[in-house]
Design a protein around this ligand. Structure first.
Ligand SMILES: [Fe+2]
Ligand SMILES: [Fe+2]
Length: 238
């Protein structure tokens, strides 16, 4: 995994060095942050059984709206536009494609069903945000290394919130459900995210190589191809 970590770190630096590619990646993050505004089953705080959880969910929703503004600002600092991306390039959509059932809670659902759907949403958010958190860590590091300080500050601000989201969402799943059921729900969403991550990473890598072919040295291109090969192999193991 150290080899892949090194490749990811280099890939982010490659991206940040190219303003168009950097804009594309910031738009990938931004479109993920916008996803909750497009669906009806995220952040259903009204069904939280405790005031504390309801407040955490409301704050979480408002953080994600702030992240959209932060990424928009980061894009403006590098002179790139905000772009609406198609669903295959929105990570949430890809994770949902591997996720069974809806999180949408209906007023007619019984109390147990409401808790289970809310717990499923929180487990989904936990694993998705954990992955995005790692990715933006590489990205913030690359922004710092290449002197994109304004964009780097925006990404670092998002990163701090995501760490909090990752923590409370897992705790909430364990509070909402009996231990064994909570573990099942967490396992389901861990697997869905892992499958989605491999598919999404490969899709991004291919898209990046096709779009920005001319600006990448042959040696680096070869390195990314090796990375693609490794990820393809790993995707058969999940
Ligand atoms: Fe976010
Ligand atoms: Fe978040």
């Amino acid at each position: 995994m150290f080899i892949i970590d090194g490749m990811k770190s280099r890939a982010h630096r490659e991206v940040v060095a190219n303003p168009t590619a950097h804009g594309w990646v910031l738009n990938l993050y931004l479109n993920g942050e916008r996803y909750p505004e497009r669906v009806c089953d995220y952040f259903q705080s009204e069904y939280a059984p405790t005031q504390e959880l309801a407040e955490n969910i409301v704050r979480h929703a408002s953080d994600e709206q702030r992240h959209v503004r932060l990424y928009s600002h980061a894009l403006s600092t590098i002179g790139e536009p905000v772009v609406d991306l198609a669903p295959p390039f929105v990570f949430n959509e890809v994770v949902r494609s591997f996720t069974p059932d809806t999180f949408h809670i209906l007023p007619t659902d019984g109390e147990d069903a409401q808790r289970e759907k809310l717990a499923n949403f929180l487990a989904h958010a936990h694993f998705l945000e954990k992955r995005v958190g790692r990715s933006i860590e590489y990205h913030a590091d690359a922004c710092g290394a290449l002197g994109r300080d304004h964009a780097g500050k925006c990404v670092a601000a998002v990163m701090r919130d995501e760490e909090r989201h990752v923590e409370y969402t897992r705790e909430a799943v364990l509070d909402l459900l009996p231990r064994r059921k909570a573990q099942e729900v967490l396992d389901t969403h861990r697997r869905a995210e892992a499958k989605a991550n491999l598919e999404f990473s490969l899709r991004l890598l291919r898209n990046f190589l096709n779009r920005y072919d001319n600006g990448i040295s042959t040696q680096r291109k070869l390195m990314f191809r090796v990375c693609e090969f490794i990820m393809q192999g790993a995707s058969r193991l999940v």
